[in-house]
Design a protein around this ligand. Structure first.
Ligand code: GLA
Length: 395
């Protein structure tokens, strides 16, 4: 009964959101939209910087969602409006080319470009976006935008790509239009997540499993610290790590670092100490994902904590993607009794997550705020994240 009541409350909220989006679209463009879509941001529980080495990931969707309302245009024009950002405008769908659009508008523009590249008929589009996903925080606001724009752009022109086609095209938006050489983690998390679950995914085969993950049922929560440290992935560091992994795989004679089975032998075979550190992270992180999944399947949530912390240490020392704000948050959370804590997402800023017992949540939050004051960092923002539903069409 409770489930059914919860389900209909969800449905009512979704219908409200869809009508509100439709109203704003009509006010903005002067006619009604053809559809409304939702795509959430994500937290990666564990499995960081493994997806471009064909490895394992375990993300879940945030309740923070991006909504998009759209209608096709016959004249080839693209009009993009966001309730959070200046308008992106003034281009025709036929003139789109990689690098031709900047800022947030590059993602929906890229979505139209990719759709056309892949043979979908796209004449033009009016698109309104309203996002509750903090941007620049490593929570995949841009992947959510790309997924929503691919779904909307295809659907208003009468096409209905599968979730895996949307994931592939949304990744191409980043790789081929924006120039960010990301893997499939973010797009998959946004498209495929299910409420109360984490999404275990093999990024080589794209096989997935919904693993029950509902910390609240065991008196725990995932506390998220948005460090507000500036986070700039497109600017080089991420691409450097990607290149290092490819270089190491080539030296080791494997298709991807996923294929390294004997870590000690691989480390002995690499001359560069930098490559050795990168490889050690990827290989041990894949192992931690598998161990985390085992614990979750067996309901041993507490045992996941130490794996999160080990992942952080590996990302700090071997992969070198942390910054002082992030390390300070992890230290403070652990000293205040968090079961485990780690950076999440691409790094170089962004968010930290901690698995925390309900009665420690306040103490953990206070510890982070105090540590930030002492270090002179800007105040962080804190919230709890319940594993939520993936992307869907609302009307
Ligand atoms: C970013 C990328 C993902 C993934 C993570 C690190 O979020 O978009 O593909 O590589 O970093 O795990």
């Amino acid at each position: 009964m409770a489930e059914a009541a919860g389900g209909s409350a969800h449905a009512a909220r979704a219908a409200d959101t869809a009508s509100r989006m439709a109203e704003v679209f009509t006010r903005t463009f002067g006619y009604d939209p053809e559809g409304v879509w939702a795509a959430p941001g994500r937290i990666n529980l564990i499995g960081e910087h493994t997806d471009y080495s064909d490895g394992f990931v375990l993300p879940f969707a945030l309740p923070h969602t991006l909504h998009a309302a759209a209608a096709p245009r016959a004249d080839g024009a693209v009009r993009l409006r966001s309730l959070q950002a200046p308008e992106g405008d003034g281009f025709g769908v036929a003139d789109l080319a990689p690098g031709s659009v900047e800022g947030w508008a590059a993602y929906p523009a890229g979505a139209l470009w990719v759709l056309r590249q892949e043979g979908y008929r796209v004449d033009g589009l009016d698109l309104l976006v309203d996002s509750a996903i903090p941007s620049g925080a490593g929570l995949s606001s841009s992947a959510a935008l790309s997924c929503a724009a691919v779904m909307a752009g295809a659907a208003v022109h009468g096409a209905d790509p599968s979730a895996s086609q949307v994931i592939r095209m949304a990744r191409r938006v980043e790789n081929d239009f924006v120039g960010m050489p990301c893997g499939v983690l973010d797009q998959s998390a946004s498209m495929l997540s299910a409420e109360g679950h984490a999404l275990f995914m093999d990024t080589r085969t794209m096989e997935t499993e919904q693993v029950p993950f509902a910390p609240d049922r065991q008196g725990m929560t995932v506390l998220v610290v948005d460090t507000r440290a500036p986070h700039r992935l497109v600017e080089g560091h991420y691409a450097d790590r990607h290149r290092a992994c490819q270089e190491a795989a080539k030296e080791l004679g494997v298709a991807a670092l996923r294929d390294v089975t004997d870590l000690e032998a691989a480390l002995a075979a690499l001359a560069s100490s930098e490559l050795r550190r990168r490889v050690r992270h990827v290989v041990t992180e894949n192992g931690r994902v598998l161990d985390t999944v085992d614990h979750l399947r067996a309901g041993r949530l507490r045992d996941v904590g130490p794996l999160l912390t080990a992942s952080h240490m590996s990302l700090r020392d071997d992969y070198e993607v942390t910054v002082p704000e992030v390390d300070t948050a992890v230290r403070a959370l652990l000293s205040a009794g968090a079961l485990g804590a780690r950076i999440t997402g691409g790094g170089f800023g962004g968010c930290v997550i901690a698995l925390v017992e309900r009665e420690r949540v306040e103490a953990c939050g206070r510890a982070v705020e105090e540590a930030y004051r002492e270090e002179g960092f800007a105040a962080p923002s804190l919230f709890e994240a319940a594993p939520s539903a993936g992307a869907r069409r609302l009307r």
